[in-house]
Ligand binder design. Structure first.
Ligand SMILES: [Zn+2]
Length: 116
């Protein structure tokens, strides 16, 4: 996630990225305060976690959207394939069954030979 705060001196935005997904996880590793250096005025100051605002990162949003856009059709495609495959097995086995019945049924054999 992206964390953002305002510089205590010049009030410019200071933002930074962390791999931690929430404040609790972040504070467990880094503590309740974090030292940040302002890019505009160079002030090094400690900021409390409560003063940091979590901003949903665009990258994770894009990645999430990408997974959704690619994953959903893929899942549908895979399930459809599976449905068709099982349908084919069912069709083939029933066709084999019908052919078997036709082949080994003497009455039907007589019936077809009478026609031809
Ligand atoms: Zn500053």
């Amino acid at each position: 996630m992206r964390l953002q705060t305002n510089c205590k001196d010049c009030n410019k935005k200071i933002s930074f990225y962390t791999w931690k997904t929430d404040r609790i996880e972040f504070s467990m590793e880094k503590g309740k305060t974090i030292e940040l250096i302002c890019k505009s005025c160079g002030l090094k100051e400690k900021y409390h976690l409560n003063n940091l605002k979590a901003i949903p990162s665009k990258i994770s949003l894009i990645v999430g959207l990408g997974i959704f856009l690619i994953g959903t059709p893929l899942i549908i495609y895979l399930t459809w394939n599976l449905i068709f495959e099982s349908l084919n097995i069912y069709l083939i086995s029933s066709l084999i069954g019908i052919i078997g019945i036709l082949k080994y049924s003497p009455s039907l054999d007589n019936f077809t030979s009478k026609i031809s």
